[in-house]
Ligand binder design. Structure first.
Ligand SMILES: *Cc1c(COP(=O)(O)O)cnc(C)c1O
Length: 360
């Protein structure tokens, strides 16, 4: 087996080698204390320090203001599709949604179970190949919030600029959190499953403005109320200890590698290598429209599904793993999250050139 392949998987995604090496050590003997990281009580002084550092590092990296709480929850990003409307709507209130792909659609479905939604824009008719600009839609005056998915993991589209609205923004940032700066003054809540750009599966980060904590109707169960977790510093029940610890390690890695601004620059460069390649030939066709192209998930097609299957197969054989597109759109997808090395993108482009030449 090779030492390490290039992992283009959309999620769980690639993590920094340094993080994996450190985690492997601590999982056997945490800080030379003779106890495994995953055996530590979440109320122990050692784990409380892990929590406090991870919280502080996320706050520092994203410049989260003091009036926002950072929560470490379970249930995946998908649980947030319901928790957001449960906590922020209720009664006859409604939220406005931008339908830019599968994850947005799932969130809309949950909103309609709990309260109601206005779908102000849908890109479904064009195979979700773009995200809207502000002029493309109008938000109902009586809506509580504007909900959007900053990066559409499956379709490879991204809001390169966040929507501007007089409503507070709610955002699913599962696949691009920590890839660029966020102006929190525009946001009420953001959330992200850790497993794309921030750590292993099992932990969902929620960053919520503290005045929103008291909005949940009485009927919302204890575990599903943000306030429950905010009041207890994410220790109301056993939190996802191992995933939180890994998120903390990833934050340390981010800080040592230029922080969010450093990542944003690197991500631009990495994605440009790949998009330039796609634009230089007619053999490969990008799925996302220019202006909506994701820096995290690059989606493209080859002339036929047979060639796509062969491309994915040969890629895997050469240590370029996980290039198959999502089953809902087919084609190919290269996920190049923060921790994905530049050299892997360069190697992919070399392989693409060779493959196009041999199969044109
Ligand atoms: C992966 C993903 C989700 C779902 O995350 P789970 O943690 O598996 O529930 C939601 N939104 C986006 C944008 C994603 O990429």
């Amino acid at each position: 087996m090779p030492e390490r392949i290039y992992n283009f998987s959309p999620g769980p995604g690639t993590l920094p080698q340094e993080v994996l090496t450190q985690a492997a050590k601590d999982i056997v003997n945490f800080n030379d204390k003779g106890i495994s990281l995953i055996e530590l009580s979440h109320r122990s002084k050692e784990f409380m320090a892990v929590y406090a550092e991870a919280e502080a590092d996320i706050r520092e990296l994203l410049e989260v203001p003091d009036n926002f709480k950072i929560l470490f929850l379970q249930g995946g990003a998908s649980s947030q599709f319901a928790m957001v409307p449960m906590n922020l709507l209720g009664g006859s209130k409604k939220g406005t949604y931008l339908n830019t792909g599968s994850w947005a659609k799932k969130a809309i479905k949950e909103a309609n179970i709990i309260a109601s939604s206005q779908v102000a824009y849908s890109a479904e008719d064009s195979a979700f190949n773009h995200v809207p600009v502000d002029a493309d839609y109008t938000v109902d005056a009586d809506s509580e919030y504007l909900y959007f998915v900053s990066n559409n993991t499956i379709y490879g589209t991204q809001f390169r600029e966040f929507p501007k609205s007089d409503k507070m923004l709610i955002c699913d940032m599962s696949s691009d959190i920590m890839s660029r700066a966020i102006d929190f003054s525009k946001f009420g809540l953001i959330f992200a499953g850790a497993q794309k750009n921030m750590g292993p599966a099992g932990c969902t980060i929620v960053i919520i403005r503290d005045d929103l904590l008291d909005r949940a109707p009485e009927t919302v169960p204890t575990m599903l109320r943000y306030k429950t977790h905010a009041d207890k510093d994410s220790m109301f029940n056993t939190p996802p200890c191992f995933a939180m610890y890994c998120v903390g390690l990833v934050c340390k890695w981010l800080k040592a590698n230029g922080g969010v601004a450093g990542m944003a620059k690197r991500n631009e460069e990495k994605a440009a290598i790949l998009y330039d390649m796609i634009d230089s030939t007619s053999f490969y066709r990008g799925h996302a429209k220019e202006g909506s192209r994701s820096l995290m998930n690059v989606t493209f097609n080859l002339p036929t599904p047979e060639l796509e299957a062969e491309f994915v197969k040969q890629g895997t054989e050469q240590g370029l793993d996980g290039l198959k597109g999502h089953r809902s759109i087919g084609g190919c997808r290269a996920s190049i999250y923060n921790a994905f090395p530049r050299q892997g993108v360069v190697d992919l482009v070399e392989f693409m050139k060779k493959f196009a030449k041999e199969n044109s």
